[in-house]
Design a protein around this ligand. Structure first.
Ligand code: SF4
Length: 244
């Protein structure tokens, strides 16, 4: 197995939201998207953050292996966009599988084509953010095209790799009932979406945009109300999906 250099933004040692059980979550540095609601704009630039290596990370993971195993948890590679560093990711996932740990990738899917079949063979679960279902709106929200994400979702379905679909609900941007229904229909058709997480937009990352001197276009956007959250959750439920 090869030791691969990578760049990391930060590490959460005991997360409980990004996959089953307790997770060690590695937030990788660098992301090609420019989501208007990004909560970690400081994780988007490439080739900065902390330089490390896959073996260094695997040594740290090995020290926590028993604790993670006992909880039914494992490792989650998040970002930024983890698939922007596919060889680094592959090396860590492979090492984790050799340790018997559950593995998850938290990705926008935009660079899903960079995950080769070997990398996916070490991936137990994908937390897939489909940020919008309309190509034009997706591009306005993220700065990139939607199609690669849909292609990646279909590839995961063919391989039978489970997806936890994540959808950030942003008033005025992603809370249109018809569009949510369209996404729910597509998610149900895939056949490998195990659960859906509706993530209500919040403004807590706004200060980071200011610190970086960036124009935060959503600074006056409110959080979604209960009616809107219920509507989104029910729409996915009506499509036959499990919603959290
Ligand atoms: S994909 Fe995630 S890290 Fe990248 S810009 Fe969007 S919210 Fe930020």
């Amino acid at each position: 197995m090869q030791d691969v250099t990578g760049y990391i933004h930060s590490i959460e040692t005991a997360g409980t939201l990004d996959g089953p059980g307790v997770r060690r979550v590695l937030f990788l540095q660098g992301c090609p998207l420019r989501c208007l609601y990004c909560h970690n704009p400081d994780s988007r630039e490439f080739r900065c953050g902390r330089q490390t290596s896959s073996f260094e990370q695997l040594r740290d993971i090995a020290r926590n292996r028993n604790f993670l195993l006992k909880s039914g948890g494992g490792i989650t590679l998040s970002g930024g966009e983890p698939l922007s560093q596919p060889e680094f990711v592959k090396s860590i996932l492979k090492g984790c599988k050799q340790m018997g740990l559950h593995t998850a990738l938290d990705t926008s899917g935009y660079t899903g084509w960079r995950a080769d079949d070997e990398l996916l063979s070490y991936t137990d679960l994908v937390l897939l953010d489909i940020k919008h279902i309309e190509p034009d709106s997706y591009k306005k929200l993220t700065g990139v095209e939607l199609q690669p994400t849909l292609d990646f979702a279909r590839r995961l379905a063919v391989k039978g790799i489970p997806i936890w679909l994540r959808y950030v609900l942003v008033p005025g941007y992603t809370d249109n009932a018809e569009q949510i229904k369209k996404l729910a229909t597509l998610a149900a058709e895939l056949g490998n979406v195990q659960r859906v997480d509706i993530l209500p937009f919040h403004n807590m990352g706004g200060y980071k945009w200011e610190e970086l001197g960036l124009d935060y276009k959503l600074k006056d956007t409110p959080e979604p109300d209960k009616i809107s959250i219920d509507m989104a959750q029910n729409t996915f439920r009506e499509a036959g999906l499990t919603v959290y």
